[in-house]
Design a protein around this ligand. Structure first.
Ligand SMILES: [Zn+2]
Length: 506
């Protein structure tokens, strides 16, 4: 028998409806063919998990294109179309046995609220209904009826902060393999919930901890063959925004399990709304001295949540005090990078930085010394999240203003791994305060280095969702109260229960 081959690839990005900065092609890490396989092999990424599991089973992986970027504004139409066309052209060649797509879920383009659904539907239309097609998504994906109808199995991360990217790819691959070998016939029980989780939604804490334990037990005992619980990206103004519980059985759908998990999620919805400590509280703590660096997540301007990354709220607070240890704070500002590069290392410059897109913090004028500049830098993630993942940063400059190291970049970055700072010549271990543009994930990758806390700051990714101009996504809890009873999703169903009555709170 000829060696089996799987078609793998696509586009992975998470969008924010209210970030006005469209994401162009240059923001993506683009890999194709053997280079894509080589870079992913052994890494804790969805593609890495697919590659490793496939190769362990003697199956060849063909990657026509893998576009990956961090979160941000919607993706330019042409970028999505390029990937879709490459994948569809490869699908038409038909020289493979199954398709496995390592995506994020929750991407937007200016015209599409569900590009992943469009990609999956297009591929399904080419290969027909019988070819196994499975998908791996981030836990924060926006799942749609089109996606569920188009794939045989959708696997989402089971951890937040995310540590099981590779395992998710492996689950998606093994489902396709099980179907190829005639051992698996996935049957889906799915429930949609019109609600958001807003802060108290780590999977290693209640209430999600016990919900995932129940799901895991169901898989271990054979009640289901795969279960995912999606907590949607909160900043998508799309119809049907909300939570999904997906439970796949082999040959029969585990309806009771899906309904049980969904009912628990709904019943505990108020517990999933969290609060964060104030920035001032932690700056006071830093001023008193701490044994390890304080690693602070800037909740309101999380690039990891799709924010523009040019918010000056934290920088302003750091510069307003003279009792703080050395700190590092990132600001995305291409013009300021250019200003530092023009002046050169050692020069003293006065620049206006940040505040161009972030809605709540205006630009700030600072005077400081240019410490270093660069046209690009290589980041390798320490992990554990995405350990081994490599990306190339664009232009950057480090500007020192007193004790504050302002890390200027021409694109926004999440800083969810200490590798970002090291790539630009800053050792985060030598700082008293390090700011990241992430709310959860940095807590895994900085745990060895410092004490990680996400602080309540205003901005586009603050969980004060009443301040955001949602239109298409409503009604959803907690902005709308409604009588709602979880029920099984049927093919063709609308995702918002039309019988739900709601009374807007905000
Ligand atoms: Zn996520």
């Amino acid at each position: 028998m000829a060696q089996r081959r799987i078609l793998v690839g696509g586009i992975a990005q998470e969008s924010h409806s209210f970030n006005p900065v469209l994401m162009g092609r240059s923001w993506f890490t683009i890999r194709t063919g053997g280079q894509a396989v080589e870079a992913a092999r052994g890494s804790n990424s969805v593609l890495g998990g697919v590659v490793d599991a496939a190769e362990a089973n003697g199956i060849e992986v063909s990657v026509p294109a893998m576009f990956r970027a961090q979160s941000g504004g919607p993706v330019e139409e042409a970028v999505f179309e390029e990937v879709r066309d490459i994948m569809c052209e490869a699908a038409r060649r038909g020289d493979f046995d199954a398709i496995v797509l390592p995506l994020h879920g929750g991407m937007l383009t200016p015209s599409l609220d569900d590009p992943e659904g469009a990609l999956i539907t297009a591929l399904r239309g080419i290969v027909g209904d019988d070819l196994p097609l499975t998908v791996g998504f981030d836990l924060h994906a926006h799942v749609t009826p089109e996606i569920l109808a188009g794939c045989d199995l959708l696997a989402g991360y089971l951890t937040n902060p995310h540590g099981d990217q590779g395992q998710t790819g492996r689950r998606a691959f093994l489902a396709a393999l099980g179907m190829l070998e005639g051992r698996l016939r996935p049957m889906l029980a799915a429930v949609h919930l019109p609600m958001l989780t807003l802060g108290n939604d780590r999977t290693d804490e209640e209430p999600l901890l016990s919900l995932h334990a129940r799901a895991r037990l169901a898989v271990e005992t054979g009640e289901a063959c795969d279960v995912s619980i999606f907590n949607a990206q909160q900043f998508l103004d799309v119809r049907g925004l909300g939570q999904w519980v997906l439970a796949y059985g082999n040959g029969s759908a585990p309806n009771g399990l899906a309904l049980d998990l969904a009912q628990t999620l709904w019943d505990r919805r108020r517990e999933l709304i969290g609060t964060y400590p104030s920035l001032d509280e932690y700056l006071d703590r830093a001023a008193r001295g701490t044994a390890r660096p304080l690693i602070l997540g800037d909740q309101g301007d999380r690039v990891a949540g799709g924010s523009p990354g040019d918010g000056t709220f934290v920088l302003r607070a750091l510069l307003a005090r003279d009792d703080l240890p050395p700190s590092a704070v990132p600001i995305a500002d291409a013009a300021a990078v250019q200003g530092c590069q023009d002046a050169g290392p050692g020069a003293t410059v006065t620049l206006t930085v940040g505040g161009r897109y972030s809605t709540v913090s205006p630009p700030l004028t600072v005077t400081g010394q240019v410490v270093s500049v660069g046209r690009s830098a290589q980041v390798v993630y320490d992990g554990p999240a995405d350990a081994g993942y490599r990306i190339t940063l664009g232009g950057y400059a480090v500007l020192r203003v007193g004790q504050v190291h302002v890390v200027l970049t021409d694109q926004p970055y999440s800083y969810l791994d200490p590798g970002y700072y090291r790539a630009m010549g800053i050792d985060p271990a030598l700082m008293g305060i390090v700011i990241t543009r992430s709310g959860y994930h940095f807590t895994l990758n900085y745990a060895a280095l410092g004490d990680c806390v996400t602080v309540d700051t205003p901005g586009m990714t603050s969980y004060r969702v009443a301040e955001l101009p949602f239109k298409k996504a409503r009604p959803f809890f907690p902005l709308d109260e409604m009588d709602f009873t979880p029920r099984l999703h049927r093919c063709g169903d609308a995702v918002v229960d039309p019988s739900a009555t709601q009374s807007p709170l905000a």
